[in-house]
Design a protein around this ligand. Structure first.
Ligand code: KG4
Ligand code: ZN
Length: 343
């Protein structure tokens, strides 16, 4: 089954074709992402109305480009998957509208995919051996969650952030250090030049039991340290390193606890912050020390993309699930409410 995947939940337009007849990463016939970073940079954050308008401009050319790269025509598609939430409603409607119209014209089924399920299943796209049960750490700009994955579509929330998401903490801290939007990758690059241990920030909520997170206090700690410092370039890098180490440590401590709580030895990381090199190395070391394993998508499939939507949609379409012709999107969506995929 050849499934077109469309992602427009925020500030990247992502399109991909996934073919279930080919196992694992070979199934990904083509994928392309157009990032709106340059468009939103001057505002220091995503402007929803501009995001929607840009998806309108970019989506159809990107669909054409992706099909051409896959060597396929639109008639070769057997299904269409699109992100139906959570995300910016106007942006989601662009992808949902195009996906629904295409599916209607081609007389193929279409399905609305949960963006975080897309992230969560992305490591399975790359590794056909990987199957539930596992524990997933979802770390993006909008979410920080630990999820027990009992099966595809069977998700139990183990813990989540009580305030800022990990990516949001990266972005806000980067902003106050004067780094360009989106801050996460810039802060990570700056941290490479910083000296570890020069600044030591708290590992929030690790001193008590539980699997929830709280990252909003960290940026304040960094701000206070910055205000008291010489505000030189070396100090900025040291602060970035101190912040990154605090986030990475906190995530690793909670991941280890979650594996223990779930009685599981496989950890899966997904979402934009999963592209962070230090986080990847730290979780790898933690999993190895426990005799378990950790799986990450390649960095390009950690951040928003159409491949994860094509893949997650294909699994559901293959199982016979699809939506009716109404165009429905939602800014909030509880993953635990998703139907299970049997088999
Ligand atoms: O999953 P994603 O692309 O979009 C959302 O669904 O939110 O995640 C974007 C988030 C942003 O906060 C970005 O700063 C962060 O992921 N991010 C990183 C890195 N690359 C992206 N944070 C830390 N280190 C990175 N290398
Ligand atoms: Zn995302």
């Amino acid at each position: 089954m050849r499934v077109l995947g469309i992602e427009t939940s925020c500030d990247e337009t992502g399109v991909a074709v996934y073919d279930t007849a080919r196992p694992g990463a070979d199934g990904l016939r083509a994928h392309a992402v157009y990032s709106q970073v340059a468009l939103h940079a001057e505002y220091g954050g995503v402007v929803p109305e501009l995001a929607s308008r840009d998806h309108v401009r970019k989506l159809l050319p990107l669909v054409r480009q992706t099909l051409a790269e896959a060597g396929l025509s639109v008639r070769d598609l057997d299904g269409v998957a699109y992100t139906a939430g959570p995300g910016l409603v106007g942006a989601l409607l662009v992808g949902a509208g195009v996906a629904r119209a295409l599916a209607w014209a081609l007389e193929v089924p279409a399905i609305g995919v949960h963006h975080m399920e897309g992230h969560l299943l992305a490591p399975m796209l790359e590794d056909p051996e990987l199957a539930p049960p596992f524990v997933a750490l979802l770390v993006s700009g909008g979410h920080t969650q630990l999820v027990a994955v009992d099966g595809i579509g069977r998700y139990r929330l183990l813990g989540e952030t009580l305030d800022d998401a990990a990516g949001e903490a990266f972005d806000k801290t980067a902003k106050l250090l004067g780094l360009p939007y989106p801050g996460g990758p810039h802060l990570a690059a700056l941290a490479e030049q910083g000296r570890p241990g020069t600044f030591r920030f708290a590992r929030p909520m690790t001193d008590r039991p539980g699997l929830d997170f709280s990252f909003s206090g960290l940026k304040t700690q960094v701000l206070l340290a910055w205000q008291k410092s010489d505000q030189g370039q070396a100090t900025r890098a040291d602060l970035a390193r101190g912040f990154e180490d605090a986030v990475v440590d906190t995530l690793a401590i909670k991941c280890e606890r979650a594996l223990e709580a779930a009685g599981c030895d496989t950890l899966v990381i997904a979402g934009g912050v999963g592209a962070n090199k230090r986080l990847r190395a730290r979780l790898q070391a933690m999993a190895q020390a426990r005799g378990g394993r950790v799986r990450f998508p390649r960095p390009a499939l950690c951040t928003d993309n159409g491949a994860m939507i094509a893949f997650a949609g294909a699994l559901r379409l293959q199982a016979g699930q699809h939506d009716d012709t109404a165009i429905r999107v939602t800014s909030r969506w509880d993953m635990a409410a998703l139907p299970a995929v049997s088999g």
